[in-house]
Design a protein around this ligand. Structure first.
Ligand code: NAG
Ligand code: NAG
Ligand code: NAG
Ligand code: NAG
Ligand code: NAG
Ligand code: NAG
Length: 254
C-alpha cells in the first residue's frame, strides 16, 4: 500500500514538473490592420502566423484596424491583451507581439514620434508586468507604391524607434520592416501586388500574403531573437516559403 502511494506521488510529481517545465506558448498579436485578420478595411500577417503554431501552442490575433499606439489603449483593445496574458499564464507561456506605426506615422494621428516611443515602451513594460514576454515588431512594409511605381512609404523612422525601445528595455524585437522590404524589392511591384487584398492597396494583405508574411514572422522569431530555442517546438515556418523569401524568389503558396 505504502509503496503504491509512493509510486503515485512520484508519478504525479514527475508529470507536474514536466508540465511546469513545458508550458506551451500562447501568442497574442497586438497591432494595427497590418497585423489584424483579413476584412473589408484591413488584412495583416496575424492569421498566417497563427497557422504556423504547433504542439499545443495557442494564439489570438488581436490586431485592430486603424489603431495607433494610443487608440489601441484608449479604445480598450490593450486591456484585452493584458487580460489574455493574465488568464493564460498558468497553463501557457504568453508572448505578445507589438507592431504599430502605419497609423501613428500619419500627420493627423495625434501621436508624436516621442509619444510613439513612450507608448511602445509602456506596452512592452505592461506585458512584462503581467507575466508575459513582449516582442516588438518593426512595421510590415508593403513598399506602398503609388501609381507611378514609386515607393511612398517606408516607415524607416518607426522601424528605428521600435528597435530603440526594444534595445533600451532589453526585450526582444524582430525587424519585419527590413525583411519584408528586402523580399518585396527582390520580387518587384507587380508580384508584390499579388499579395494585396485590394488591387491598388499596397498596405493590406490577402489570405496568401498573410501566410507568406506570417511565416516570415515565425522564422524571424526563431532565428533572430534569443527566444528561438524556447519557441522552436511551437511555431513551425514552411521551409518552402522561407527558402523563397531568403532567396528573393517569388512564392504564392496555395
Ligand atoms: C498631412 O498628410 C496629408 C496626406 O499625406 C497631406 O496631404 C497634408 O499636406 C499633410 N499635412 C501637413 C500639415 O503636413
Ligand atoms: C502600462 O504601463 C504604463 C506605464 O508604465 C502604466 O501607466 C499603465 O497603467 C499600464 N497599463 C496596464 C494596462 O497595465
Ligand atoms: C509618387 O510618389 C513620388 C515620391 O513620393 C512622387 O514624387 C510622385 O509625385 C507620386 N506620383 C503620383 C502619381 O502620386
Ligand atoms: C535611427 O536613429 C539613429 C540614432 O538616432 C540615426 O543615426 C539613424 O539615422 C536613424 N535611422 C533612420 C532610418 O531613421
Ligand atoms: C507591371 O505591370 C504593368 C501593368 O500590367 C506592366 O505595364 C509593367 O510592364 C509590369 N512591370 C514589370 C516590371 O513587369
Ligand atoms: C533561388 O533563386 C535561383 C535564381 O534566382 C532560382 O533558380 C532558384 O529556383 C531559387 N530557389 C528557391 C528555393 O526559390
Amino acid at each position: 500500500m505504502r509503496s503504491s502511494i509512493t509510486i503515485w506521488t512520484l508519478l504525479f510529481a514527475t508529470l507536474f514538473s514536466f508540465t511546469m517545465a513545458r508550458k506551451p506558448a500562447a501568442f497574442y498579436l497586438a497591432g494595427d490592420s497590418t497585423t489584424a485578420a483579413q476584412s473589408s478595411d484591413g488584412g495583416g500577417w496575424g492569421v498566417g502566423f497563427l497557422k504556423t503554431l504547433a504542439r499545443g501552442a495557442i494564439g489570438t490575433d488581436l490586431g485592430y484596424n486603424g489603431d495607433t499606439t494610443a487608440s489601441f489603449v484608449s479604445g480598450g483593445a490593450w486591456a484585452n491583451v493584458i487580460d489574455a496574458v493574465s488568464r493564460s499564464k498558468a497553463e501557457f507561456e504568453p508572448y505578445v507581439t507589438i507592431q504599430f506605426g502605419h497609423n501613428d506615422q500619419k500627420n493627423n494621428s495625434g501621436v508624436t514620434r516621442s509619444e510613439y516611443q513612450t507608448n511602445l515602451q509602456s506596452l512592452a513594460e505592461n506585458v512584462t508586468a503581467a507575466g508575459g514576454t513582449p516582442v516588438l515588431v518593426t512595421p510590415l512594409s508593403r513598399r506602398n507604391f503609388n501609381s507611378s511605381g514609386l515607393v511612398i512609404e517606408d516607415l524607416a523612422e518607426q522601424r528605428n524607434i521600435t528597435i530603440t525601445v526594444a534595445e533600451s528595455l532589453g526585450v526582444s524585437y524582430i525587424d519585419l520592416n527590413k525583411a519584408s522590404t528586402m523580399y518585396l524589392d527582390a520580387i518587384g511591384q507587380n508580384l508584390s501586388a499579388t499579395y494585396n487584398r485590394v488591387s491598388d492597396d499596397y498596405t493590406h494583405l490577402n489570405a496568401v500574403g498573410s501566410v507568406v508574411f506570417g511565416t516570415l514572422v515565425s522564422w524571424l522569431l526563431l532565428t533572430t531573437t534569443s527566444l528561438g530555442g524556447a519557441l522552436e517546438p511551437y511555431t513551425i515556418p514552411s521551409a518552402a516559403i522561407i527558402d523563397a523569401i531568403e532567396n528573393g524568389t517569388y512564392i504564392y503558396p496555395s
